[in-house]
Design a protein around this ligand. Sequence first.
Ligand code: DAH
Length: 392
Amino acid sequence: MPTVDNPTEKTLAELGVNDAQGVAEKFAEVRTRFDRQVAFDADEIRSLMLHEAWLGSDSDPVTSLRNFWVGRKAGVLTMITENWLKKSPPSLKGVVGKQFNELKTHIETKLEEQRKRIEEKTEAAALNREQVDLSLPGVIRPVGSHHLIRQVFQEIEDIFFSIGFSIVEGPEIETPYYNFEALNIPEFHPVRDDMDTFYLELPKGAKTPLLLRTHTSPMQIRTMEKQKPPVRVIVPGKVYRRDNPDATHSFAFHQIEGLALDTDITFCDFTGTIEYFVKQFFGPSVKTRFRPSYFPFTEPSVEFDVSCPFCGGTGTAAAGGTCTKCKGAAWIELFGAGMVDPAVYGFVNYDAKKVSGFAFGIGIDRLAMLKYGVDDIQVFFQNDVRFLRQFP
Ligand code: DAH
C-alpha cells in the first residue's frame, strides 16, 4: 500500500500554508522528493512505485517517473498549477508563481539530464555486448578424412585413369542374368556355390529374382551392352556374399572390376597393364607373376601374384625367421583376371572374331590390408575412429 500522500493533490489552504515561508517550504519539500527520485536507477524507481502513491504505474519505470512529474494531465507540475497556483490567495500568487517557475525549470533540466544519462548507459552496454574479441581462438571443427577403403579406391582409380581408363559405377542390386548368366555362369554351375548369396524378397509375380551383386563383374555386361569397342573402364563398388565374418572375410566388401576391349588387344597388353598397375600401387621393386586359374567369363584365366612387398620377395622377415605376411611363400596372391571368354561376347552382340580384351577383378579390402598392414578386415566396417584416424 502507498505510504506517502501526494501534497499537490490538495490546495495550499488545505495544507495549512498561508505565507511566503510556508510556500517556500512546500516547494522545497516537493523538490527534495524529486531530487531523490531522479537520482534513482530503474530498479529503485520500480520498488518506489510499490510504496508511493507519488508514482504511476507505467511499465517502464523511467517513463513512469517522468509522467508523474511532468505528465500533462496529472503530472505534479500540472497539479501544482491547478491546486496551488490557481487556487492560491492573490497575496501569495506572486510567490507561488516564482517558486513554481523555478521548480519547473529544475525538474525539466534534471529529467533531460537523466534521459541523456540513461541513453548513454544503454549505448555503452550495447557496444559492450557487440564487441568482438579478435584475439579469441576460432572454433576448430574436426575435419573428417576419407575412409581407408575410399583412399585405396582413389589410388587405384588414379592409376588406371592415367592410362586411359574411365570410371563407371553400377547397381548393387542385380538380376541373376547380369550377375551370373551373361557372365557365362549358368544355373547349377559349381562356381555359384561360392556366390550363394543374398536374394531379395520380392512380391509374388516379380519378373525376375533380384540379389545383392556378388562381384562387380556384372558391370562388364552392362558396359558392353551400352558401348561398342574400344572399351576401357574400371568399376569400383561394394559387393556381397554369404561369408561368415572373420579376419579375412566379410559379407560386404569392395572390388574394382576392369575391362579393356578392342579389335587387337593381346595377352601382352593384358600382362603389361596389370604389371604397370601393381608396380604403381606397391612400388617399382615388386615383381609380378601369374598362374593359371579358372573363371567362367575369362579364357585363359589367371591369378596374379605380387612378390611379397614386406620381405622383398625372400620369404624371410628382416629380423630373421619366416615372413609372417607371405608365410614364407615369397609371393602374395593378388587378384583374378583373364582374357574375356568369347562366350561372353555372345550375350552382348559383340563379334567374337573381331573383338578381344581382358578383364580383372581386384579385391580392394585385401589390397588395402596388404599395403597398409591391416590384419583384420572387420576394422574397415567398425568405424572405430582410433583406427580411422591412423589414415588421415
Ligand atoms: N568376379 C570375380 C570374383 O569376384 C573376380 C574376377 C576374376 C573378375 C577374373 C574378373 C576376372 O573380371 O577376369 O571372384
